[in-house]
Design a protein around this ligand. Structure first.
Ligand code: 5GP
Ligand code: ZN
Length: 146
């Protein structure tokens, strides 16, 4: 089990910082986010410290995902959510601010802006097919992206 004494989520795990826990098992802990984006916004973390998506152990990632699925189900069953978003931010440029891997579980409520003021952060519009194919080729290692 890896611990980083300077990490606030490791301090939450150790009980050195308070948290409203909602679920825990041998690999993961779920607790409430103190700056909720919607009513019931929760975080799921691995007990073992990993900075982000790129460095988390694959078994811990699977365990976090399974816990996020449980918490999402509880959001629907117990909080009356109409839907749920899962969000992970990998890197400061992708909005990550706490560098201990975490999955956001964000309950969504139809027509209740006081519980759920969230909007889609991009404008869906058809992309340039050449640019899409170029990115796909770059994923496959078949050419540099630009
Ligand atoms: P990120 O921006 O890294 O994806 O998400 C970090 C989340 O952790 C934010 O939503 C933020 O509100 C939450 N957070 C930051 N500090 C604390 C804390 O001390 N306790 C709890 N429960 N949540 C925190
Ligand atoms: Zn940590």
């Amino acid at each position: 089990m890896v611990t980083d004494p300077s990490c606030i989520f490791c301090k939450v795990i150790a009980g050195e910082l308070p948290s409203s826990r909602i679920y825990e098992d041998d690999r993961t802990i779920a607790f409430m986010d103190i700056n909720p984006g919607s009513h019931g916004h929760a975080l799921v973390i691995p007990r073992s410290h990993a900075t982000d998506l790129h460095s988390i152990d694959a078994d811990d990632l699977a365990a976090v995902t399974a816990t996020a699925q449980k918490v999402a189900g509880l959001a629907v069953e117990h909080l009356g959510a109409d839907g749920v978003n899962l969000l992970n931010c990998a890197g400061a440029d992708a909005w990550q601010t706490v560098f201990h891997f975490h999955m956001h579980v964000i309950p969504r409520y139809a027509g209740q802006p006081e519980k759920d003021p969230l909007v889609l952060p991009w404008q869906p519009a058809p992309g340039d097919p050449d640019r899409i194919a170029q990115a796909a080729a770059a994923y496959r290692g078949e050419g540099a992206d630009a």
